[in-house]
Design a protein around this ligand. Structure first.
Ligand SMILES: NC(=O)c1ccc[n+]([C@@H]2O[C@H](COP(=O)([O-])OP(=O)(O)OC[C@H]3O[C@@H](n4cnc5c(N)ncnc54)[C@H](OP(=O)(O)O)[C@@H]3O)[C@@H](O)[C@H]2O)c1
Length: 251
């Protein structure tokens, strides 16, 4: 795995919660935070084994990595997760809202339920977690929130209307919470382009997404982790969502 662009334990003493930390981008984010010195509470929904594997890598770095289960489609579970992470680490000053679903929902079979499901898991969870954790951060001296958005918030994918709309909500929550939680808590977003193929994709969809980038290749989870570290370092940036998409959004 690539090294952090910032060397040394510059996040030492910081306490983070990463949602969806079992695998893929969530794991890369968690490892990057730990490598920079943070303790990291690792959330999962179903993949406990993956979360424990992420935790083992972090324990090897001599950082704490409690593993916490929650279904983020449930508001009370979101609020409970923020409290559990705070209790497990003795505080919480970094929240990374990474967990999401990405389900193919073509027009022919699209239902209101698809919209509700994506909105609840992808956007309402960000709202509930940011509210619960952000209020505490504000009361306890400050913190950082980084949201995983998607370029489909502005450049919608066909066959993914509920997902696109849920990510547009996350983009707005990034700006809205940046306003209400300022000046103590900064809230920023990362909008990935094609990083890892998803199970719900139609054949050839990922390859087409890569062909639509300017850089003509997949990004990596470490590219996303690098952007997250940038936001944690960039103390005069808030309310901004950065496209890490190989130029796809302007292609
Ligand atoms: N992959 C890409 O190329 C790409 C592109 C654009 C945007 N993004 C965004 O980047 C983020 C990470 O992407 P990814 O592809 O690494 O994600 P992913 O693997 O599809 O999902 C991340 C995690 O979300 C968790 N999750 C799903 N439903 C949940 C629920 N109801 N409650 C709690 N957790 C739930 C799952 O946890 P369990 O496994 O434990 O069930 C899963 O491991 C997402 O927000 C995604 O929308 C990714």
């Amino acid at each position: 795995m690539a090294h952090s662009p910032f060397e040394g334990a510059w996040l030492q003493g910081r306490k983070a919660l990463v949602t969806g930390a079992s695998q893929r981008i969530g794991r890369a984010l968690s490892l990057a935070l730990a490598r920079a010195g943070a303790d990291v509470a690792l959330h999962y929904r179903t993949d406990e084994a993956g979360a424990r594997e992420t935790a083992a890598y972090i324990s090897d770095m001599e950082r704490r990595a409690p593993v916490l289960q929650a279904d983020l489609g449930d508001v009370e579970a979101c609020e409970g997760l923020a409290s559990a992470a705070h209790d497990a680490l003795g505080g919480l000053d970094i929240l990374i809202n990474n967990a999401a679903i990405f389900e193919r929902t073509p027009l022919e079979t699209l239902t209101v339920h698809d919209f509700d499901r994506h909105t609840q898991i992808n956007a309402r969870s960000v709202y509930a977690l940011t509210l619960a954790a952000g209020r505490r951060m504000k009361a306890e001296g400050g913190g950082d929130v980084v949201n995983l958005v998607c370029i489909s918030a502005w450049k919608p994918y066909p066959d993914y209307v509920p997902y696109n709309a849920s990510k547009a909500a996350v983009a707005n929550l990034t700006r809205s919470f940046a306003k209400v939680l300022a000046p103590d808590v900064r809230v920023n977003g990362i909008a990935p382009g094609p990083i890892l193929p998803a199970a719900s994709e139609a054949p050839g969809q990922g390859e087409q997404a890569v062909a639509d980038t300017l850089l003509k290749r997949w990004g990596t989870p470490e590219d996303i982790a690098g952007a997250c570290l940038f936001f944690l370092r960039a103390r005069y940036v808030t309310g901004y969502t950065l496209a890490v998409d190989g130029g796809r959004s302007i292609a």
